[in-house]
Design a protein around this ligand. Structure first.
Ligand code: ADP
Ligand code: MG
Length: 346
């Protein structure tokens, strides 16, 4: 198969590749003193506390290039890291990106990946200030480190929840998981029959899976409403798992009400079509990148009725454990069945 738009990576070389990446970057953060081009980037903390977080994405474990376009992958690789910074109630300012690339990939593929990464950086006002590039003999590995900042008193940890606090979630849940189910199904059909994927009508859940967003808007909203969460976490592994993280870190219990779970109608319908319980998908499906946080009951009036925020339960004493209340009022143990990154199929 002759492909005229294909440039081999070795033609460019590592320096050529780095120059090509650097030439597309425009720095915007006042706190970025030095970006790509020296032995290390330089950042001015401007008197703030810095927040640093890394996430690694491994081909075949975290993503499948048969349905994940490289541009989307790049966008998502950045967004999942920024989500962790927002979950500290901090503002992301810089990212560094380390890549292990198989020389199977042409230069154009790396261009596409960076297009997605730089699109996300632009959307969230973050500078790409460095990274590392090496070759891989198997698949693609992308490791992103995000650096953010906040005044010390603004930082929100997982362990700050207090008994009787309300448990609040942004947006809706389970969509990214159902998007993945549709993609996996269509891939299986294609592999078996060669039939073209039928993705019609699934726009919302596919976007949730392929182009997630970090909830910067929710951090802005909470500030505007003058609501300071007592504890916060972003939902990457599934609501149940993250709620338990908050409760455990705070040495308390948590109670979630099934009937309160925010589920988009398209997520609900697709779950039904797959013979899955929509609530189970909302509780345990991962990758929604919504924010889960606790607030004092005194702040309830400030968030009441806000379409972006749903109160789904509250914090209890430690002895009450982790509980899920079903629609009939029956109480069950809340279990973290969020997918384990190591068990996921590629
Ligand atoms: P060193 O050998 O000192 O590690 P490199 O040649 O790896 O230097 O990197 C040179 C510059 O290019 C550094 O500023 C580094 O942060 C940047 N860089 C290297 N790889 C990437 C990449 N994949 N994306 C962005 N910047 C990169
Ligand atoms: Mg290096």
């Amino acid at each position: 198969m002759a492909d005229t738009s294909r440039t081999e990576l070795n033609h460019l070389g590592e320096f050529g590749l780095i120059e090509r990446i650097a030439s597309r970057i425009q720095l915007g953060q006042a706190s970025t003193v030095k970006g790509i081009g020296d032995d290390a980037a330089v950042i001015d903390p401007e008197g703030l506390h810095q927040v640093i977080t890394t996430d690694m994405l491994v081909q075949g474990v975290h993503f499948d290039l048969s349905y994940m376009p490289l541009k989307h992958l790049g966008y998502k690789a950045i967004v999942v890291n920024l989500s962790d910074v927002y979950a500290m109630n901090a503002r992301p300012r810089q990212v560094v990106v380390a890549l292990a690339i198989s020389n199977r990939f042409p230069v154009e593929a790396i261009d596409e990946l960076y297009e997605g990464m730089l699109l996300a950086c632009g959307a969230y006002g973050v500078d790409l200030v460095g990274g590392d590039t090496c070759s891989s003999i198997s698949g693609l590995v992308i490791s992103v480190t995000a650096i953010g900042a906040a005044p010390r008193e603004a930082l929100v940890y997982r362990g700050g929840a207090r008994e009787h606090d309300l448990l609040v979630v942004s947006g809706d849940l389970g969509g990214a998981y159902m998007g993945l189910q549709v993609l996996e199904r269509e891939k299986a059909v294609f592999n078996e029959t060669g039939a073209q994927p039928d993705l019609v009508g699934h726009d919302y859940i596919l976007e949730r899976q392929l182009k997630p967003e970090a909830r910067k808007d929710v951090i802005d909203l909470l500030k505007k409403l003058d609501v300071m969460p007592t504890a916060m976490i972003d939902i990457s592994d599934g609501l149940a798992s993250e709620a338990i993280h908050i409760a455990r870190s705070s040495a308390l219990g948590v109670r979630i009400h099934d009937e309160k779970l925010p589920i988009d109608p398209s997520t609900f319908q697709t779950a039904r079509d797959f013979n899955l319980d929509p609530s189970t998908c909302a509780l345990n499906g991962g990758e929604d990148y919504e924010l889960l946080f606790t607030i004092s009951q005194a702040d309830y009036d400030k968030i009441k009725g806000n379409p972006s925020l749903t109160v789904i339960g509250h914090i209890t004493d430690k002895a009450s454990g982790y509980a899920l209340v079903d629609r009939q009022g029956g109480q069950h143990e809340l279990r973290a069945q969020g997918w384990d990154a190591f068990l996921r199929k590629g």
